[in-house]
Design a protein around this ligand. Structure first.
Ligand SMILES: *Cc1c(COP(=O)(O)O)cnc(C)c1O
Length: 236
């Protein structure tokens, strides 16, 4: 496909990769240590096909219904599907039938349901424990995730589940904290988890507004939507 939209996506992707390279090198990291997950929520499948044609293989979605429809339509292409939204426990088993990575495991119950779904579908699903970095009196849980004190417990359940692989931790920076400070906190939680689970090396952090700060803090996966696809329509 070669049309104006494809060219727009091509140039925004190139720009994004340049910014990732710059941020990684500025903090002494290899750019290849950072995976770009392009978050395509709300955008039509035709845009996902364009991204695939441009070489993108990691796509992120945050709503089960939409994610399932897109994954079904694009099955067999070798795309890695990243589920980044809140997992409702009654949808978890379904999500485990198409998601390769779930970034947002935020309870023991969700972990158990994902494992049951993965088992039934004969699949292995990589999981990140989503950590809430909201502090103090501000709306706890505002951006989702488990409290830092509960990360160990959820990580242990994921690690012990036969069909789940504990890959690491994920967070969304709270609105009222400087992203660099929030991500430093996530880095220390990530280190603590790796002390117990050495393979849990992934740290999913950073979106359009703060991915460079996340890379400086050690993010291995950045989740970027609007810097590549444009502003989402205000549907949701
Ligand atoms: C939508 C979304 C993103 C991407 O956000 P942008 O600001 O558009 O880059 C990343 N992570 C999660 C969890 C999201 O829901």
């Amino acid at each position: 496909m070669s049309d104006a939209r494809t060219e727009e996506l091509r140039s925004r992707l190139a720009n994004l990769h340049a910014r990732i390279t710059h941020a990684a090198e500025a903090s002494g990291r290899s750019p290849s240590a950072v995976t770009l997950v392009v978050v395509t929520k709300t955008w039509p499948v035709v845009d996902l096909r364009r991204l695939f044609d441009l070489g993108v293989r990691d796509l992120g979605e945050n709503r089960h219904q939409e994610a399932e429809t897109k994954a079904t339509e694009l099955a067999g292409l070798g795309i890695s599907w990243h589920f980044v939204g809140q997992v409702q426990s009654n949808k978890a088993a379904r999500i485990a039938t198409y998601a390769d990575v779930v970034h947002s495991v935020d309870s023991v119950r969700v972990a158990e349901r994902l494992n049951a779904g993965a088992d039934q579908a004969d699949r292995l699903v990589s999981c990140l424990v989503q950590v809430s970095l909201d502090v103090g009196e501000h709306h706890p849980g505002d951006r989702g995730g488990v409290a830092p004190a509960q990360v160990d417990e959820v990580a242990a359940v994921v690690s012990g589940a036969g069909r789940l692989r504990l890959a690491g931790v994920m967070a969304v920076a709270p609105r009222d904290v400087e992203p660099a400070r929030a991500f430093e906190r996530l880095t220390s939680i990530s280190s603590a988890i790796q002390a117990v689970h050495p393979d849990a090396t992934w740290m999913s952090a950073g979106m359009t507004g703060d991915f460079e700060a996340a890379i400086s803090a050690g993010a291995t996966h950045v989740r970027v939507g609007s810097a590549i696809l444009g502003e989402r329509p205000l549907l949701r």
